[in-house]
Each structure stands twice: as C-alpha cells, then as structure tokens.
Ligand binder design. Structure first.
Ligand code: HEC
Ligand code: HEC
Length: 438
C-alpha cells in the first residue's frame, strides 16, 4: 500500500487524490486530531499519519487502503447482506418485478441501468428497438447482467425460461446514479451521487404485503426522498437522499450526527432499512430507541470496514466548467466568511464544524417542518443537527434535510431572513455563486 494517493488505481482514487490536492491540510496529527489519528492508524486509514512527506511534518495526507477500497466498492454495489429475506420473502418484490416492472416502468420510478454491464448485443438491441423495453422479461435479463443499480437478482433457468427467484437491494439503490451517457437513466455509474430521481416509496408501495395505510405513506414521499425511521417509529417525515461522497475526515454522521463513523449508519441502514442479516442497537434514537436483529447469522459486520473505506474514497464532484461566475464567487466567499456568518458553523476544510459540535434546532433554519410533519431531530439519537458539509453542493438540490429549499438561492434567502443578516440582493447573489463553486 502506498501513502501517495496519486499512485492509487481507479477513477475514484484519482478523484479523491485531486480533491485532496485542492484541500491539502486534512487533518493534523496532533492537538485535537491526535485521538482520531491514533484510531485511524489502527484501521489502516491513515498509514502516512505523522510521517507525511510534505514540509510540515505535522500535516499528512490521509491514505486509504486501495485493496479495501476495491473490496468495499463490491459491497456498495452488489452486496445485499441477505436482505432478500425482506425484499423477496416478505415484500414479494420478485413477483412484482416479474409480473409488472418492464424497463420503461423501472426507469420511470428512477431506477438506473449501468451501460457498462451491457454486452454489445444488448446495446445494439436497445438502439435498434429489438430489445423490448416494455417487457418484464427484459428487466429480468438486465438483473441477470447485474445492470440495474442497487437491485441484485438471482435468475434461474426453469423449463428453459429465465425466472427471477430472489431479489434484494444494495447501497447503490439510493446512493448511485448514472451519467445518462447512453440514454436517460442508462449510462456509467456515479457512485456516491444521490439518486434524486428514485422514488423508493413508490417502489416499496408496489408490494402486495403492505396495508393500504402503509402504501399511502410510502406513496406520499415522492422522488429523491426516503424516511429511514418510518418502519421504526411509525412517523412520516421523509428525508432527501443525501450524497455518500465528500465525507473523508468527518466524524459526525448523518444530518443529526448520530454516529462517529460511517459504519455506524451503514449498519443502521443495512439492518433496519434494507433488512440485511445482523444486529443494530441504539437506545438513544427517538423516544423508544431502536433494536433490530434479522436472521441468525451476521452478514454485515465483517463487511463494514471495506464499505466505509470505499465511501471515504468517493470525492465530491467539482462544479462543471462554466456553471458559476468566478469573480462573483470570490466576492461571495468574503460574504460567507464575513457578514453572512456562514463560516461560524461551515468551517474547516470540509466546511462543517461537525467534528467538534452539533447545533440545537433553534440555531438552524431547516426546521420548522411542513405542517403535520414531525421534527426530524426528535426522531434522532442526538436531538441536534450537524452542520452539513458543502463540497459538491451544486450537484444535489433540493437542500436541507427535508428538501425545503429548492435552490441555493433559496437557501441564501432563508438564512438572510431567519438570521436577519441584512444582506443586499447583490451580496446574496454573490454568496449563491460561491456555493455553486464548492
Ligand atoms: C432506501 C434508500 C437508502 C438506502 C438503500 C441506503 N441509504 Fe444511505 N441514506 C439514505 C437517507 C434518506 C439518508 C439521510 C439520513 C440523514 O442524514 O438523516 C442516508 C444517509 C447516508 C449517508 C450520509 C452520511 C452523512 O454523514 O452525510 C451515507 C454515507 C449513506 N447513507 C450510505 C449508505 C450506505 C453505505 C448504504 C448501504 C449500506 C445506504 N446508505 C443505503 C437513504 C438510503
Ligand atoms: C448555526 C450554524 C450554521 C450557520 C451560521 C450556517 N449554517 Fe448552513 N447549515 C447548518 C446546519 C445545521 C445545516 C443542516 C440543516 C438541515 O438540514 O436542516 C445547514 C445546511 C446548509 C445547507 C444545505 C446543505 C444540504 O446539503 O442540504 C447550505 C447550502 C448551507 N447550510 C449554507 C449556509 C450558508 C450560505 C450560511 C450563511 C448564510 C450558513 N449555511 C450558515 C448550520 C449553519
């Protein structure tokens, strides 16, 4: 293993290296970073810690283990942790897909297809129309090719016909999309990008195993949103699906900072939401705590280190060329650090103070929730909000945990009003350009 990110192989590693070069002083092995560095060294996260080759021997470049990253990519994309128990045995999604989900329907609920998993003949068939995008059999063929992001199917040949016998979900369902390079919804994978077209509620609501009341809740969420507590506390307040990139160096996980590492949340989602086999316990959550065990085996714990390593390797995507006005962004940066007071919370290389503190609802502007929607923090472990890191923010509107601000301009307007900042229209426009540049 090499401590030099530029020597890693793979596009993700290259992107991470590029990002680290843009934000070099991550983190210091000393002072308040000491405990983290010691911990990280033990998990091979920071092999170069304390012996970085740069001028300041106190600074180091976090190094990820490339073998673990590669292993974690496989887990992220293809591992169900045995959650077929939930999606097949309980929810009967194999039957739903086989009977009614042709590729056109699948794409319309935001499912994405990995064009690189398609053999040339299938690509040609889609182009010339000989592959029937209105037949569920084509969906089964795509599942057999492992080409539908976040869905893992077991396809067996029975009496000469391909039959979908098991189906499960993976992390890629919600936290991957494609670049649409082949067609809308079909292209190369973009791991870590939130799938804001995906309508997880509408997909789950297709299950014949649910009551009308449950279906109504699932159908109320809409694209890009998911409530990862509904099946635990029975309350309904969906969250925007966030990115899984740009998190290297942050030790406060999810909007409410419930965990200190990604593995905490990966275990939560893997067990309680996906239905993977294993155990998750946290008595702090909501008013009753959460304690779930699925199966008698544990198909999650051993995979968590690699899964976390892979996510940490995912860099936030830089803004597209020409997508913001650099001069205005430069002025906006001054507002961000000055009269906008943004940097009092959005501080440090990741533009968050999440490693040192959380904020009570009264300090934030993402609540109150819409009428009838329960407070999100009340359903969390900490009852507080973490300042959101902002790298790649241009990529994933709408904003705030509940998606209540449709654009970055709306975010700035909200802060200006709620915090009585008194920013002029020109300052607000500059600040918006700065946010677009991150
Ligand atoms: C059904 C959709 C869905 C699936 C599947 C899913 N997640 Fe999430 N994920 C969410 C939602 C919604 C949140 C927002 C929770 C919050 O921040 O309060 C989230 C949050 C996250 C975050 C953000 C962490 C942060 O601190 O900003 C990461 C990283 C993440 N998930 C990784 C994963 C991994 C790894 C898996 C597979 C084990 C997974 N997710 C499966 C919906 C999903
Ligand atoms: C008191 C601390 C604090 C200050 C000051 C602050 N923020 Fe935030 N910021 C937060 C928290 C906490 C959140 C998450 C709120 C939520 O999701 O409901 C957040 C969320 C955001 C988001 C949405 C991120 C996303 O992915 O949805 C943006 C953009 C943002 N802030 C920009 C700013 C700007 C611009 C300013 C200055 C005008 C500012 N913030 C001032 C704490 C702060």
């Amino acid at each position: 293993m090499t401590a030099d990110p530029s020597e890693w192989s793979g596009a993700e590693a290259a992107a991470t290296a590029a990002r680290l070069r843009r934000h070099p002083p991550l983190p210091r092995c000393g002072g308040r970073w000491l405990a983290w560095c010691a911990l990280a060294a033990g998990t091979a996260l920071m092999a170069g810690c304390g012996s970085g080759g740069g001028g300041d021997h106190n600074e180091s470049t976090p190094a990820l283990d490339p073998a673990l990253v590669t292993q974690g990519k496989d887990v992220f994309r293809y591992d169900t942790f045995g959650d077929e128990t939930q999606w097949t045995d309980t929810l009967k999604m194999d039957q739903v897909i086989s009977a009614a989900v042709d590729p056109t329907t699948a794409l319309s609920v935001g499912l994405k297809v990995d064009s690189q998993a398609l053999p040339a003949a299938v690509v040609q068939g889609i182009k010339d129309g000989s592959v029937d995008l209105k037949s569920p059999d084509t969906t089964i063929a795509l599942l057999k090719l492992n080409a539908v992001l976040g869905l893992k199917g077991t396809v067996e040949t029975i009496n000469g016909k391909d039959v979908l016998t098991r189906v499960g979900t993976t992390c890629a369902l919600c936290h991957s999309t494609v670049d649409d390079s082949f067609a809308p919804g079909i292209g190369k994978r973009l791991d870590g990008w939130p799938n804001r077209d995906l309508d997880p509620g509408a997909i789950i609501a297709l299950s014949p195993a649910l009551s009308a009341v449950q279906k109504a809740v699932y159908n109320s969420w809409g694209p890009g949103k998911y409530d990862p507590r509904f099946n635990q506390d029975g309350l309904n307040g969906p969250q925007v699906i966030p990115p899984a990139y740009g998190l290297l160096g942050l030790h406060s996980i999810i909007t409410t900072g419930d965990g200190t590492d990604l593995a905490y949340w990966n275990r939560y989602v893997g067990v309680t939401q996906m239905g993977g086999h294993g155990t998750f316990v946290d008595p702090r959550i909501g008013t009753r705590g959460v304690s779930v065990t699925n199966g008698t085996d544990d198909l999650i714990t051993a995979k968590l280190p690699a899964l976390q390593e892979y996510q940490l390797s995912l860099a936030a995507p830089p803004p597209p060329a020409g997508s913001f006005d650099p001069a205005a962004a430069q002025r906006g940066r001054v507002v961000f650090n000055g009269s906008g007071t943004c940097a009092t919370c959005h501080s440090g290389p990741l533009l968050t103070d999440g490693n040192s503190r959380l904020h009570p609802v009264s300090e934030t502007v993402g609540e109150p929730e819409a009428p009838g929607v329960p407070s999100w923090v009340a359903r969390s472990a900490t009852k507080m909000y973490r300042t959101t890191p902002l790298a790649g923010i241009w990529q994933h509107p709408p904003y705030f945990h509940n998606g209540s601000a449709p654009t970055l301009a709306a975010v700035v307007e909200r802060y200006n009003m709620r915090k009585a900042l008194g920013l002029s229209p020109a300052e607000m426009a500059d600040l918006t350009e700065y946010l677009k540049s991150l």
